[in-house]
Design a binder for this molecule. Structure first.
Ligand SMILES: Cc1cc2nc3c(=O)[nH]c(=O)nc-3n(C[C@H](O)[C@H](O)[C@H](O)COP(=O)(O)OP(=O)(O)OC[C@H]3O[C@@H](n4cnc5c(N)ncnc54)[C@H](O)[C@@H]3O)c2cc1C
Length: 466
């Protein structure tokens, strides 16, 4: 009676429903990882994130040995080949039942439905579990449609939290027999700089849980006041762990509510961010356009995005001449992470001032973030580009200089990442002379003019409602 569990985006042992239930009967269990570089490439998965997941898997595979669970690595060429490889394994290893946690992307949903059918043909069963806080089907409007606006969604979410106590699962049960030798997971090849970046993020769910505890004990109460300032370490920095499933949203909510009251403003605000994360997963589940590289709002299907490659490269490299944008992009390129306030600023600048297709920015983020998460990234980009659900109104365009003055008042963040201008008088927008002297680029576009143009183009699309 050997069961098979397959890792998807859930690189943890605790609160892992599929793994937990696969281990229930206590006989023997194989935990499998599918090494699939072709799929990662086609999904624009960042090498940094995959390397981080591998580090977490190394940690997990040691713990699995203690639990008598075999760890196996199989290889597939693209998502289309995964089921074939799994079925071959099931047949040749006399697997009893297969256990997975659900993923919500359209390709993944199709893959899992096919796997279920193929297993039924073999007289075997696929057990799929949901590792989100609430299954997307369980939160609906009164007219039984899905929510498209965050605030009523979060209200419904919170009222469910009141009626249904959050429960988290413990470690999977130790198995009687270990049926096979465990495999080693191969490292992802990273260049020296990316390797150094990876060292910034310690792997392991114990570490992640400790980081969560520390945040709750020391920072959460001041989260509301501090979360918007990129020079301050005021947020949890848990996104790399949440995105790779080293930590679950449920674990976060459980730990917070165990220790603090939701009446605390800091707690309320942070929980709201976890709900945003769940909201974007919910949107991915309910709207297939998101998986199909289309804007949520159909009226923007024919939008005349600019194809200015010079602007895009300058944005990517942090050479736009707008200090806060350049600092943010250099933070991303150097650390694989960017502060939330800055993500909004650089995304709006790209999609509004430069009028470059938000999908290009989305892809760049996917390829470079350690916390790249398809649903949250797509949601954040479409919010900023005004093409998404409950998005920023198209006419409310952040002025990056004003944002910089407000959220990096003393310019500490800019000075760290754009040191060449640290001595200038107006750090938020150096004068032309200072720029020339220091070799710092001038603005790619005039901020006022480009804002005006963006509003004009966007407003001409407002009556194209489909
Ligand atoms: C254009 C854009 C792209 C983004 N891409 C990603 C991405 O690829 N992966 C990702 O995890 N987040 C993404 N975000 C959301 C957010 O910026 C990060 O989750 C946050 O900066 C992570 O830092 P933290 O862990 O310190 O967050 P905290 O402020 O401590 O928040 C706690 C957790 O809540 C979740 N969260 C916070 N803000 C958001 C949000 N706006 N939307 C969804 N979830 C949120 C994250 O899981 C985060 O770890 C994006 C936002 C924008 C505007």
């Amino acid at each position: 009676m050997t069961n098979l569990f397959i890792f998807n985006t859930d690189f943890r042992l605790r609160d892992n429903p599929a793994l937990y239930h696969a281990a229930e009967n206590g006989e023997s269990l194989v935990a499998m990882f599918i090494n699939n570089p072709k799929k990662w490439q086609s999904h624009n998965e960042s090498d940094l994130k995959i390397a981080f997941q591998i580090e977490n898997l190394k940690n997990i595979s040691k713990r699995l040995t203690e639990l008598n669970i075999s760890f196996k690595v199989i290889h597939a060429e693209g998502i289309g080949e995964e089921n074939q490889k799994v079925i071959e394994f099931v047949k040749s290893n006399n697997i009893n039942e297969v256990f997975i946690n659900k993923e919500y992307g359209i390709n993944e949903i199709n893959r899992d439905q096919n796997l279920e059918k193929e297993l039924i043909d073999l007289n075997k069963k696929l057990n799929s579990f949901d590792s989100s806080v609430f299954h997307p089907e369980s939160i609906k409007t009164q007219s039984d449609t899905f929510f498209k606006v965050f605030t009523p969604f979060s209200r419904a979410f919170r009222s469910k939290l009141l009626t249904k106590k959050i429960e988290v699962l413990g470690l999977p049960k130790k198995q009687k027999h270990k049926t096979q030798e465990s495999d080693e997971v191969e490292n992802i090849s990273l260049n020296a700089e990316r390797k150094k970046t990876l060292e910034l993020y310690r792997a392991g769910e114990e570490y992640a849980l400790g980081k969560l505890d520390e945040f709750i004990a020391q920072k959460i109460l001041m989260y509301k006041e501090k979360r918007d300032f990129p020079a301050i370490d005021g947020t949890s920095s848990l996104s790399p762990y949440l995105s790779s499933g080293v930590l679950s949203s449920k674990q976060c909510l459980f730990e917070v509510f165990e220790k603090l009251s939701e009446e605390e403003e800091g707690v309320k605000t942070w929980v709201n961010e976890i709900i945003w994360r769940e909201f974007y997963k919910y949107i991915l589940f309910h709207n297939q356009r998101v998986s199909k590289n289309l804007s949520f709002s159909e009226k923007y299907d024919e939008f005349p995005w600019s194809d200015n490659k010079v602007h895009f490269i300058a944005w990517s490299n942090g050479e736009t001449g707008v200090p806060i944008i350049d600092a943010a992009m250099r933070q991303l390129n150097s650390t694989g992470w960017m502060h939330n306030r800055l993500r909004m600023i650089v995304a709006m600048y790209l999609s509004k001032n430069l009028l470059i297709d938000w999908r290009k920015g989305e892809k760049y983020f996917m390829q470079n973030l350690i916390d790249a998460d398809f649903a949250s990234n797509n949601g954040g980009w479409q919010w900023s580009a005004s093409t998404g659900v409950d998005a920023a109104p198209y006419f409310r365009i952040f002025n990056p200089i004003t944002q910089s003055e407000k959220f990096d008042k003393k310019g500490d963040f800019i000075k760290k990442w754009v040191p060449e201008i640290s001595s200038v008088k107006n750090i938020h927008d150096p004068s032309t002379d200072e720029r020339n002297d220091l070799g710092y680029s001038n603005h790619l576009v005039d901020l006022k003019e480009s804002r005006k143009k963006a509003i004009e183009v966007f407003s001409s699309f407002q009556n194209k409602e489909k």
